[in-house]
Design a protein around this ligand. Structure first.
Ligand code: ZN
Length: 79
């Protein structure tokens, strides 16, 4: 929940200004600004790296299996 220290008040994202500032005092509400960035950074640092490492591996395996399957289908076609 975005918290404005100036107003000592929580703001729902829909209640705040579109640029993430407090509708009452105009200050940038820190939680709103920091939380998505922190989540993105953590995802980029941990999650996406793992996905980058595993996704091509699965993709390659899938392509190899697909190639084997299609190759077998072609051979089966001419037998
Ligand atoms: Zn405020």
């Amino acid at each position: 929940m975005p918290w404005c220290e100036e107003c000592a008040k929580y703001w729902t994202p829909s209640a705040m200004n579109e640029d993430g500032t407090c509708p009452s005092c105009g200050r940038v509400v820190e939680a709103q600004k920091a939380t998505p960035k922190n989540i993105d950074v953590k995802k980029l640092a941990a999650g996406d790296d793992e996905e980058d490492a595993t996704a091509p591996w699965h993709f390659k395996l899938l392509m190899v299996l697909l190639a084997l399957y299609l190759g077998w289908r072609v051979v089966d076609l001419f037998l």
